[in-house]
Structure formats: C-alpha cells, structure tokens
Design a protein around this ligand. Sequence first.
Ligand code: ZN
Length: 227
Amino acid sequence: MDASRKAKALTFSYDDGVESDRKLVSILNKYGMKCTFNLNSGLMTRASNWNYNGLQVFHMNATEVGDLYAGHEIASHTLTHADLIYLDDDTVSNEILTDRKHLQSMFGQPIRGMAYPVGYYDERVEKIVGQCGIFYARTTVSTHSFGIPDDLLAYHPTCHHDDEDLFELAKRFLELETETPQVFYVWGHSYEFDGKKNWDRLERFCELMAGRQDIDYCTNSEALLRD
Ligand SMILES: [Zn+2]
C-alpha cells in the first residue's frame, strides 16, 4: 500500500446530479469529506424532474453546474439513467461510453467509475461495463462491512445514509484497528435529505467522522486504488 495512504478510508457516492447536491457539497466540504458524484450527462436539465415525497426534484442544468463539484470525483450513471438489463449490448456500451465522453469533456477529469441506475445489473452488463474501461461500478446492496471485494464491477457499498445501523457502523469503523485497507462507503441521493427533512443526519455523521488521524477522506477511486 502507498505509504502516504492510511488503512482506513471514508468515501461517499451520490447519484443523479440534482439541485440539492449544492447543499450536500457545502456540508461535505465543511467537514473535509470527499464524494463521487454519479451523473447522467443526457439528463442535465431542469426539464428532467420528478416527485419524491411531495417534493419536486430537478436535475441541474449543465450550464449551471460550474465548479460545484471541484475537489470531488465525477463518475458515470449512464447517459439517460437507463435500466441496462433490458438493453442490447451496443446500447449498454453507448449509455456508458457517451456519458463518459461528455463528462470527461465537461469536468476535465478521467471518468473511471460508475453507479448502476437503480442498482440494476447482471453478469452480461457487468462484462460490458468492464469492456468500456470502467474499473468500479456501485450497486445498491448494503454489506454493513468495510472490506474491499475482488469484483469491483459489482461493488456493494457499506450502507445507505438512511440505514438504521449507520451510527453503529460509524462507531465500529472508528474503533477498528487494521493494516489491511478498509473502506466505509456511504451512498444515497441528496434529494432524500430534502424529502425526509433529515439533513441533520448527514451533519451528525460528518461531525463524528471528521478530523481523525487514522482515516483518509477520499473519493471512490482514491479509496479503491489503495493497494
Ligand atoms: Zn440514479
């Protein structure tokens, strides 16, 4: 392992590129947290919106994103948030490669990861994702653990931010003594904090985890490229 890296890493993964990402980024930045934002370059417009818990959720206009995500990682969430399982091979590739190309040129950084829209994937999709040059792809299956799996193209996160065990897992991670790389990987959507009015949950979690000498605060790529 790179000597400058610590064995324990905390990383976040948030999907869809919606307007409440502004508040999410401001909280993460305040506590020195790093996140990976999974974006759909074909849906970066307020014309794409939906209702969640009585709240209208808007994708951000591409022209208004600016440097919001500076210091964080951008990853693919496919071009159109497609359910990849039902698409033919060429269309799956197009969803990933075209999104990647757009995001690379918009944000000027290599796009190396992705999150499966709605968490849907199967063996065929996973194989195509790998052929497209993506090295890790997140699912929505919680492991409640911190180990890094061999198969990064079906990367199961530690938990969603609303998981009832979030703070118990946080305690376990803080107390963990290890020399093997371990990752606490939290995922979600920023609009869920608005819809459930529980932004305080994120603040409490970040406050608890921040500023620890033995934890690296990093993006998904940084957390998974630690060996
Ligand atoms: Zn999504």
